[in-house]
Design a protein around this ligand. Structure first.
Ligand SMILES: *[C@@H]1O[C@H](CO)[C@@H](O)[C@H](O)[C@H]1NC(C)=O
Ligand SMILES: *[C@@H]1O[C@H](CO)[C@@H](O)[C@H](O)[C@H]1NC(C)=O
Length: 354
């Protein structure tokens, strides 16, 4: 497989996907249940919320142990914008996040059962039902207990950079740079503080810009715009609706995707993201051997964009559950070549209707 240095990201628009199924009717959705274990274990990662320590005369912003916030995740590469609303209660050991204007709910309740539980309410479309609301429960285990998930980044390791106006508000900008292999990520967070006190800070914007030193390109970027931050939540917001029959997280396996709650991966600033860690199992599963380190970096990048796209599209509840498949590390140009140009149209915009 040859690649192009500036190749476009690899993902299917829904239209392309449908066309694809027409020409390749064999099932291309694949099972990868061992990934799901990884996804779950990443959800269990613990957020540290230590008290603020001063950096260069300023205290590192702290959002407190309890908050409500709205946000919009933007993935410019795939033109996806995904709004969410989140509640977090560290001491109560629980969190909740809603997507799609409250149509998809995920509750992470650490104190339920022995090791916590995740409750997910989401519309699911299968071959027989369209957008049917489903209730799923996943019990934590000793190895993978369920813990609350923060919707805001943990600011450990951030340093004050500058003051800057962001949408008319004078903000402190805090910055962190990580490097892992060829991947250099720069995270920035725009915050304000309430008059006269340091905490809790109010988040405005979070941005990640990824630079690959081998490819010499800025090949990754996403932002989260925050609004409506409040250091209080009501406690009944964390209680999943009663009287439901909660099913097991479903097979077929492609539907396990709805499990994934990638805000965790976006707000996490560890140098190798969870999505990157999934590339290892992917290569193994699809038997990948790349010709050079450069190709490896490119493929990994296509894969990351595909993965995020798939997760986002699945949350958007469209009529197909997309899956990671044999083409997930391909560039768009390659996909087009393989099908004799049948899949070329620029239809990406059609699939993000927010
Ligand atoms: C939160 O819940 C998890 C999972 O049940 C548990 O392991 C942990 O000890 C709990 N933490 C607190 C502070 O209660
Ligand atoms: C989760 O725990 C509940 C309560 O113990 C139980 O009824 C349910 O079957 C469990 N679910 C799974 C998938 O094991």
């Amino acid at each position: 497989m040859k690649t192009q240095a500036q190749a476009l990201p690899t993902f299917f628009s829904l239209w392309q996907y449908q066309t694809f199924l027409r020409y390749f009717p064999c099932p291309i959705l694949v099972s990868f249940s061992h990934w799901v274990c990884l996804l779950i274990s990443s959800m269990a990662e613990k957020r540290t919320s230590d008290y603020a320590t001063p950096v260069g005369g300023r205290t590192v912003p702290d959002f407190g142990k309890m908050y409500h916030v709205k946000g919009e995740l933007s993935l410019p590469r795939t033109e996806i914008k995904e709004p969410f609303e989140a509640w977090y209660d560290l001491e109560g050991n629980r969190s909740r996040i809603d997507y799609r204007n409250g149509k998809v709910h995920t509750y992470l309740i650490g104190n339920d059962l022995d090791y916590g539980a995740i409750y997910k309410i989401t519309p699911v479309t299968t071959e027989t039902e369209i957008q049917a609301t489903k209730f799923f429960q996943l019990n934590g285990t000793k190895e993978n207990p369920i813990r609350p998930q923060a919707a805001l980044p943990d600011l450990q390791g951030f340093e004050f950079e500058k003051m800057e106006n962001y949408e008319g508000v004078l903000c402190e900008v805090w910055k962190k740079v990580t490097q892992a292999g060829h991947k250099k990520n720069t995270y920035r967070l725009w915050v304000t503080r309430p008059e006269g006190i340091d905490s809790p800070a109010t988040p405005h914007r979070f941005e990640m810009v990824g630079y690959n030193t081998l490819l010499e390109s800025h090949n990754d970027k996403y932002t989260i715009d925050y609004s409506d931050f409040s250091p209080q939540t009501e406690s009944d917001i964390f209680i999943p609706p009663g009287g439901m029959t909660w099913g097991e997280f479903p097979d077929p396996v492609e539907e396990h995707q709805i499990l994934a709650n990638p805000i965790q991966d976006y707000v996490n600033t560890s140098p190798v993201s969870h999505a990157h860690r999934l590339f290892g199992p992917y290569k193994e599963k699809f038997n990948r051997q790349y010709e050079s380190e450069k190709e490896h970096e490119e493929r990994e990048n296509y894969f990351i964009h595909s993965l995020r796209y798939v997760h986002s599209m699945n949350r958007a509840g469209l009529t197909y559950s997309l899956g990671i498949n044999d083409f997930s590390d391909w560039s768009k140009a390659e996909l087009a070549r393989m099908t004799g140009g049948l899949l070329i149209p620029d239809q990406e915009k059609d699939v993000t209707e927010y």
